[in-house]
Design a protein around this ligand. Structure first.
Ligand SMILES: O=C(O)Cc1cc(O)ccc1O
Ligand SMILES: [Fe+2]
Length: 476
């Protein structure tokens, strides 16, 4: 590795990097003062002899309120590389189009135990594998849910996802991510969004690492509308953090860009670091968010609120109120509802629900059964809800339970209107919990008919009827 001598100051990214705050802002950042052209995007000669390069996240003609793009001022342009080649070998476990040929429809409630991080060296790229998804990156509509287990930093290579945006939820181990906009240090309990097309490299300062990834095709994450909640609450725009410009001016023979394109990995070799952006401006940016900053709203009298109240970010479809993918969390909070079944209700949902657990336990499942690092999938219309243990414990606690705090927990859900097909390797995984259904089998009938009416008599169906012909039903 040879460093070019040059007269520009170096910015060294030791410790926690500096961030810019805000969601959807138009940011400007310079690692060297004066590196941003002051008056135009594409001057004939850019300051310091930099190249100007635009990165578009939406079509040029997208409406202004949706339009995303950034201008990067870099030492050499991204195009300076050898031709892309299909990468062999690859783990072959990434999908960006879901069809009968490569994945299965399965309405069974599925649960996976946490996957062990392998002993053999594996970086973020090779440790990434798809669990399920729907639609197509080519048709710009759909999503994929991936998970990763990795134990070593990416070396002399950068990843670039041409298919969609990654929302990464680290569960174990920090991710130190270098992007073209600068550096992001992300810990479990935080999430990071790496939009389509950005080049980035993932270092693992803690070694063994594990996490979840939602990838969305053809759209981007937004903050949810707050409706009657008002102008504040849930995730606050100012808590979203975007990197500040950071660059290295380094010759790196054999440096490889690994580009995910249509779910396949292609490599292109170049001889310099892609993290050579000295200044940038725009609103198409990577960002991170600390989930502990979330300001939850909840029921304060009766009944369990729908989980949409805990939406951190939403990727919309063209139908109002129908998400391609919602990122929803179940953070620590007080439960205060009166004469209410406080855990999630039993339900069947026209949306599909993939869940993960970052730490602690989840209110609807036994702590030793749905584990941090594990996952579950409750597909469209498949019934689910609290397991027998959680149901019985809730009933035993009784109706007059005072306020209780759910503490030390962080579960999340990727919820989609598109029905996911499931990858074969996920169905055949040794970490699949084949006994998952058992957690509900023990739910007993508590149904009784009170014999309060002496004149009541069994009808021909064996039902007892009251004098006025109606059934008298009651709880045990
Ligand atoms: O199924 C789940 O556990 C997720 C969920 C949580 C909740 O509070 C209400 C509905 C819902 O789907
Ligand atoms: Fe659910």
């Amino acid at each position: 590795m040879e460093k070019h001598s040059h007269s520009l100051p170096k910015v060294v990214g030791d410790g926690e990097p500096l961030y810019l705050s805000g969601f959807g802002n138009h940011f400007s950042s310079e690692a060297v003062p004066g590196a941003l052209p002051p008056d135009q995007n594409s001057p004939l000669i850019c300051p310091y002899g930099l190249y100007a390069e635009q990165l578009s996240g939406t079509s040029f003609t997208s409406p202004r309120k949706l339009n995303l793009r950034s201008w990067l001022y870099r030492i050499k342009p991204s195009v300076t590389h050898e031709p892309f080649k299909l990468r062999v070998p690859s783990n072959g476990k990434l999908l960006s189009e879901f069809s009968q040929a490569n994945s299965s429809a399965n309405p069974t409630q599925l649960r996976w135990k946490p996957v062990d991080v392998p002993e053999s060296p594996v970086d973020f790229i090779d440790g990434l594998y798809t669990i399920c998804g729907a639609g197509s990156s080519f048709l710009r509509h759909g999503y994929a849910v991936h998970m990763y287990t990795a134990n070593k930093s990416m070396d002399n290579c950068a990843f670039c996802n041409a298919d969609g945006d990654f929302l990464i939820v680290p569960q174990k181990g920090r991710l130190w991510i270098t992007t073209e906009c600068g550096k992001l240090n992300v810990s479990p309990g935080e999430i990071v969004v790496l939009p389509q097309g950005f080049r980035f490299a993932v270092d693992l300062p803690d070694g063994p690492s594990r996490g979840y990834v939602a990838e969305i095709f053809g759209t981007h994450f937004q903050l949810p509308d707050l409706g009657p909640i008002g102008a504040n609450g849930l995730a606050a725009p100012r808590d979203f953090l975007t990197p500040t410009a950071w660059f290295e001016d380094i010759t790196r023979p054999g440096y490889t860009i690994v580009q995910k394109f249509g779910g396949e990995l292609f490599t292109a070799v170049q001889d310099f670091s892609p993290f050579n952006v000295v200044a940038w401006h725009g609103n198409y940016v990577p960002y991170k968010y600390n989930l502990s900053k979330f300001c939850p709203y909840n029921t304060v009298l009766i009944d369990h609120g729908d989980p949409s109240i805990n939406t951190v970010l939403t990727a919309p479809t063209d139908k109002p109120g129908v998400a391609l993918l919602d990122f929803v969390i179940f953070p620590p909070r007080w439960l205060v509802a009166e004469h209410t079944f406080r855990p999630p209700y039993y339900h069947r949902n026209c949306m599909s629900e993939f869940m993960g657990l970052i730490h602690g336990s989840y209110e609807a499942k036994a702590a030793d059964a749905f584990l941090p690092g594990g996952a579950s999938l409750h597909n469209c219309m498949s019934p689910h809800g609290p397991d027998t243990q959680s149901y019985e414990a809730t009933i035993a606690r009784g109706n007059d339970a005072g306020p209780t705090k759910l503490a030390g927990t962080m579960a999340f859900m990727f919820e989609s209107s598109l029905i996911p097909r499931i990858c074969q390797w996920a169905l055949e995984s040794p970490f699949m919990d084949h006994d998952y259904y058992q957690c509900w089998i023990g739910l007993r009938s508590h149904f009784t008919v009170k014999e309060t009416c002496p004149e009541s008599a069994s009808n021909e169906n064996g039902h007892r009827e009251t004098g006025n012909g109606s059934l008298m039903l009651s709880n045990e």
